[in-house]
Ligand binder design. Structure first.
Ligand code: FES
Length: 85
């Protein structure tokens, strides 16, 4: 399954990066010698990091599971969202 369409990273690529020691999305990209472009895949990469059970994950949003499952304090945005005109 393709996780990152910009860089054509598959879930197997992400798993291989985690096995090689990646503990944050940027390290997953670096393992494949690429970097985030649009960033839409970051949450999925973070989910795969979390599901791998490895310790020391950084660089992922605190509300990874969405507001319905995360702790209330972690669901508060760190900055206000700009209102649309
Ligand atoms: S989908 Fe991964 S950077 Fe765009």
């Amino acid at each position: 399954m393709i996780v990152c369409s910009c860089n054509v990273l598959s879930d197997k690529d992400v798993t291989a990066a985690i096995a090689a020691g990646a503990r944050r999305p940027s390290a997953v990209y670096a393992h494949k010698k690429c970097q985030a472009d649009c960033g839409k895949c970051t949450r999925q990469i973070c989910r795969l990091l979390k599901e791998s059970g490895v310790e020391g994950i950084t660089g992922c949003p605190p509300d990874l599971d969405g507001p319905e499952t995360c702790a209330a304090a972690a669901c508060v945005p760190s900055s206000p969202v700009a209102s649309l005109p």
